[in-house]
Design a protein around this ligand. Structure first.
Ligand code: NAD
Length: 360
């Protein structure tokens, strides 16, 4: 083969590689995370999310687009930093267990802004649990008191193990008080945390679970204005990581808690619609997470203060998590090639792709 031919083939290969959409399946993500280690992946995501929140101004941000039904919600979460565009498809259907489906299911895409080519398609059900836990722990590092040791986990479903691992790894929490209205969910969580060498205390009520802890995570799923926590249950100085109230008409905290707390949000325009603060007046003061991470605003300002991270999940966290998983999967060879976009020798001749179909 002549040297010109070799160069032409090399150029053709580079072009085909540049055109290819890479795919990380649910099985691929699970294999990858198990191989690398859950704690290490969460730490990696914390770094990525922290880095991206600190360049907040570079992102083209918007509240997610939600389509509501009586059963739940389906949402599209877009974001771009001018080089890379990302979006996540995610649902929230609290009664999905009746159909043997998770409450939250997701997938996402990263595309190159320059051309619009989708470069990476990923499962995000598992990755959402990691990125939510990573964001929760990152926020708590700035909002909880130093040297926290115990956490109550209210709602022991799909997210709960990931929350426990993140708070153990990043804040050193080693004792977990568990409560769920479904005792089998609590048993499942207790077994998993026992296997990880973490101490658990199974509780019969929310007040019993939260009475003595330093941090409370609420991760319940019910499409209603629930008062899972009321003010009289709380001890001074507790940090509340409220992740379950994340769409209109779905909250977990009694408004009295918010009234007297220092409240942090991810992206204010979205949280006003979806978060715990949907229950509060429009001018209720909140601080965005990026302000705290960059030092622009303070986190906790007094040891006795009650702090609330009113988390609903923001597109930037998925963008960061997808970029982290993309890099990891490339390095570990865990990606599949996806035939998503027709590969056309003449881009104006889309019709020719039908011949491809005939051949197939
Ligand atoms: P899941 O359905 O697997 O678990 C929810 C658990 O909450 C269930 O075991 C249920 O029995 C329990 N529960 C419901 N009401 C309760 C109550 N009053 N007291 C105690 N337990 C109660 O759901 P999941 O995937 O673990 O998600 C939990 C919540 O977190 C959902 O509402 C979901 O929408 C939300 N979420 C938020 C984010 C975020 O970024 N903020 C990310 C993922 C999930």
């Amino acid at each position: 083969m002549g040297s010109t031919m070799v160069v032409l083939l090399a150029i053709q290969q580079v072009r085909e590689d540049a055109m290819r959409t890479l795919f990380l399946s649910a099985q691929g993500a699970a294999t990858l995370i198990s191989r690398v280690g859950l704690a290490r992946c969460i730490r990696g995501m914390v770094n990525e999310i922290d880095h991206d929140f600190k360049r907040w101004e570079q992102f083209d941000k918007s509240a997610r687009l939600a389509s509501h039904s009586a059963q739940g919600v389906i949402e599209i979460m877009p974001i771009s930093d001018g080089q890379t565009y990302g979006f996540k498809y995610v649902n929230g259907h609290p009664n999905n267990h009746r159909h043997e489906l998770p409450t939250v299911m997701a997938f996402g895409v990263l595309a190159r802004v320059e051309t619009g080519l989708p470069e990476f398609v990923s499962e995000l059900t598992l990755v959402t649990a990691l990125r939510t836990a990573a964001t929760s722990a990152l926020a708590a590092q700035h909002m909880a008191n130093p040297a926290v040791r115990s956490m109550a986990l209210i709602g022991n479903g799909a997210q709960s193990e990931f929350q426990a691992v993140a708070f153990h790894e990043l804040l050193g929490i080693d004792t977990f008080y568990l409560y769920d209205t479904d005792f089998s969910a609590t048993e499942k969580l207790a077994i998993h945390l026992y296997e990880l060498g973490l101490k658990t205390i199974l509780c019969k009520s929310v007040p019993e679970a939260v009475r003595e802890v330093d941090v409370i995570t609420t991760a319940t799923a019910a499409k209603t204005h629930a008062s899972v926590l009321t003010k009289n249950m709380l001890r001074p100085g507790v940090h509340i990581n409220a992740i379950g109230g994340d769409c209109p008409g779905k909250t977990e905290l009694h408004p009295d808690i918010l009234r007297d707390a220092r409240v942090f949000v991810e992206y204010e325009p979205q949280t006003r619609i979806e978060g715990e603060i949907q229950q509060m007046p429009k001018d209720f003061p909140v601080t965005e997470l990026w302000e705290v991470l960059t030092g622009f605003a303070l986190g906790r300002t007094a040891p006795d203060q009650i702090t609330v991270f009113d988390s609903v999940g923001f597109a930037l966290e998925d963008f960061s998590a997808m970029r982290y998983m993309h890099r990891l999967a490339l390095a570990q060879g865990e990606l599949e090639s996806l035939s998503l976009i027709p590969e056309l020798p003449d881009p104006k001749n889309l019709y020719s792709w039908l011949k491809h179909g005939e051949v197939a």
